[in-house]
Every structure is written in C-alpha cells, then in structure tokens.
Design a protein around this ligand. Structure first.
Ligand SMILES: [Zn+2]
Length: 439
C-alpha cells in the first residue's frame, strides 16, 4: 500500500488466469499502461492472444527473486518507466499475495475470493470489466486508498458516496477468539471500508478513517458517512428478509457522544428522502433495542482478542421485543468483532429471526512502520518535509519543513515532488512490519 496513489497510470496485474486472455476484455483498460505478471509457461499464449493490445505488456513472474513480489513489481515498473505512486497492483490471490502487495505500498485491487483480515483498496468481483465500470464512475483519479470515500463496489455493481461494501457471511464463525460462535454463525457482517489506527502510516490521509474520527465527535464533516449508511440500509431493505429493526451498538454510559445514533438518524432521513422506502427506514430505527448494562474497560486496553471477548461478555442487554424480526445492528469500527458479536448474541437470544451487522469500517491490524520523511534540502537545516494540507484538494497541498515554526525554515517541495520523494523512501524491500499497537 502506497501512502498515496494519485491518478494511477499503471496497473500491475499479478498472475491472472490464462482464461482472461481475451483481447476485447483488456481493451477496456486502455487508459493505463498494464503489465501482466504471468507464469513463465503461459507467457507465449498471453502474448499471442493480446498481441494487438499495445498498452498491455507481458512479463514472466520470477519466483526465484528475493522478496519475490516486491522484486517483480519493481521489474514491472521499470518496464513501463512507472513510479509506485502512479501504480496499482491487482491480485487474484487474496490470501498470501494481497498481504505482500499491501507491503509494497502500491494501491491494491483484489479480484474475487474471500475477504481476509487485510483488505485491499478495492474489491472487484469481475476483472477487468468491473474495473472499467469503477473507472467510469469516479474517473479512477483516486483509485488508491483515498478512494473509499468516493467509490462503492457493492456486489461488484453499485456505486455511491461511501466506501467499498464487502459482505462476509458466517464471519464470526471464523473468529476463533469469540465464544459460542455457533450461536451467531448465521450473522452476516457487512463492511463499508477500512479504518487505519494511529499506528498505521495511512491513518492521516485515509478519507474514511478521517471522517469516522470526525463522526465520533458528531462533527458535520462526518456526515458523508450518514449518507453511506443510508445507502447501505436502503439496499439491505430490498433483500429478503427485509429489515424490520435498525439499531446500533449502544455506547457505554460514560461516553458523552452517541455518535452512531447521530449518524443513523441522519442516514435514515437522507435515504428516506432520496428513495422513499415504505415503510420508511427512519420508522424502522429503534436505538432502544440494546442497552449497555455495565461500563466495561476500553477494548483497546484489553491487549488481546481473547481478552476483548471476555471484556464485553454480558455487557449488553436486549430490552426490546425483537421476536421473529430481522435486526440490523450498526457500529462504526470492528476490530476483534467481540462487541458486535456480544450484541448480536443478545438480540438472537431474545428471539430475533436473523441479524445483519453493518459496520462502517474494519480495523486493519497489520500495519507498516511509520513512514520515513524526506529531509529538508535547505543547507544546514535538519528538518523533514511533511504534506501541508491547505484544504482537501491535492493541488493546493505542498510539502513544508518541520523547522518552519522553530527556525523559520521555508524549505519545501511542490506537492507531487514531495510525494515522489516520500514514496521513493518508503517503497523498499526491507521495511519492517509491526504489530498494531492500538489493538
Ligand atoms: Zn528546513
């Protein structure tokens, strides 16, 4: 995962299946330079079938290289004279290859497969068809991790204002730390995107992350999330079973802000005025379904997933009549899943026929070390350069010296120069991985 991908021009496609060697299909990506990393034995066939698609280059994947994926990505970039911050890596192998690709700091697209703990920038069910569709909607200008506030890829087809929509059936069944998993095995979990904790280099720039933090304070800048929730609920209401009750994970009594309720009310109203669902989403909203029965210690202090599960056990009560109802429980961030699992369990124990968990963002637990900052190049200055956000428009941003206040150093770089420097520094083979210290 690159710190920031802007206007990507290069797609590096990792080991696609030979069945995809359809020239017509690949022509829909003509705004990119595409490098296919193919298995050596398939190279000739790929080249033959794509011989008249000139923007696609075929490169044999060399599995003998040290840090093989990083090394192959570098070869691919050299082939097209590309820069990492203009490139996106497409993987068909979510389990091992996606993790490695995230470590390269390119933007990432996962095609098909199940959702793992590490999520890509964009999920696509179908490649390259869906990618062309995403590109038409958002111009692909922000296909990197900043894209989540702009592009929705819901079941591969729908678009809106929020992040990617990813659904995981039987999510809790796969979470070994959660007790009595069979009780909640049928709960489907839906994520609208990712959350990067402060220990992650992406924390400062990721739109969905920033907006969630704003929403936690009920700051108007968090409001786009309300629209996202409303859109998602509207879509869920059309499925079978439809939504009977919408509720949320209740805040602890000691928490001043009930920000999820704030978002939900706004979201339901926005969706109702837009779609006119009958009965209205707002009439199905009932924030009194669950109450927090005891003030449990902060989950992030629990240190392990097992402790988190223990921490919230019995902390919630279902106090509404949910018998034979389909209940959607909403929360902002899911880390271990323990809090949501406990809420879902209470609602199911109270007789709900089914539960869907709708989550704004999944906490990403495997993170990079902090980024290396480019040095200020003013003679005698020991400062480092950082992006200065004048506003949200990248064209109004620049990189300024950390010694500006202290020493009045006016060293700096234009935005894209600083971005290139920073990404050169941070796109290396040997950056260490660290455990997420927030978790
Ligand atoms: Zn300086």
């Amino acid at each position: 995962m690159l710190l920031e991908v802007n206007r990507p021009r290069h797609l590096i496609v990792g080991r696609p299946a030979i069945e995809l060697a359809n020239a017509e299909l690949w022509r829909c990506l003509n705004r990119f330079k595409v490098v296919l990393l193919v298995e050596p034995e398939e190279r000739t066939e790929w080249e033959t079938r794509l011989s008249d698609v000139h923007f696609v280059r075929v490169l044999e994947y060399d599995a003998s290289l040290a840090y093989e994926l990083q090394a192959n990505i570098r070869r691919a970039l050299e082939l097209v004279n590309g820069e990492p911050y203009n490139a996106v890596y497409v993987t068909f192998r979510p389990d091992d290859e996606l993790q490695d690709a995230v470590n390269t700091r390119l933007g990432t697209i996962q095609v098909g497969g199940a959702v793992g703990d590490v999520m890509p920038d964009i999920f696509l069910r179908d490649f390259p068809g869906d990618l062309a569709q995403v590109g038409n909607q958002v111009g692909l200008r922000r296909l990197g991790h900043l894209a989540e506030s702009l592009a929705v890829v819901a079941d591969g087809v729908a678009f809106g204002d929020a992040g990617q929509i990813v659904s995981q059936a039987r999510f809790f069944w796969r979470q070994a730390h959660i007790h009595d998993r069979d009780q909640i095995a049928a709960v489907e979990v839906i994520f609208l995107g990712r959350y990067f904790p402060t220990s992650d280099v992406r924390h400062e720039k990721h739109q969905l992350t920033r907006r969630i933090l704003k929403a936690k304070e009920c700051d108007p800048r968090g409001q786009p999330l309300a629209r996202a929730l409303g859109d998602a609920l509207h879509r869920l209401a059309f499925r079978n079973p439809t939504i009977d009750i919408i509720t949320r994970v209740p805040p602890k009594q000691s928490r001043p802000n009930d920000h999820v309720r704030w978002l939900l009310r706004k979201g339901c109203r926005i969706a109702d005025s837009k779609f006119g669902d009958d009965p209205s989403l707002e009439s199905r909203l009932d924030v009194g379904v669950l109450r927090c029965a005891r003030d449990y210690p902060p989950q992030k202090d629990a240190r392990s997933y097992e402790n988190r599960d223990e921490n919230v056990r019995g902390a919630f009560q279902c106090i509404a009549d949910v018998r034979a109802k389909h209940v959607v429980i909403v929360d902002d961030i899911l880390t271990s899943g323990s809090t949501m699992a406990e809420c879902a369990r209470q609602v199911i124990n109270a007789g709900a026929s089914s539960v869907t968990a709708l989550i704004l963002a999944r906490n990403q637990n495997v993170v990079h070390a902090f980024p290396l900052d480019p040095a200020c190049d003013v003679v005698g200055c020991s400062g480092t350069l950082h992006p200065i956000f004048k506003n949200t428009d990248p064209y109004a941003m620049f990189w300024g010296c950390s010694k500006f206040r202290e020493d009045g150093c006016s060293g700096g770089k234009r935005y894209y120069e600083g971005l290139a420097l920073s990404n050169q520094l941070n796109t290396r083979d040997d950056l260490p991985l660290e455990e997420d210290i927030d978790f």
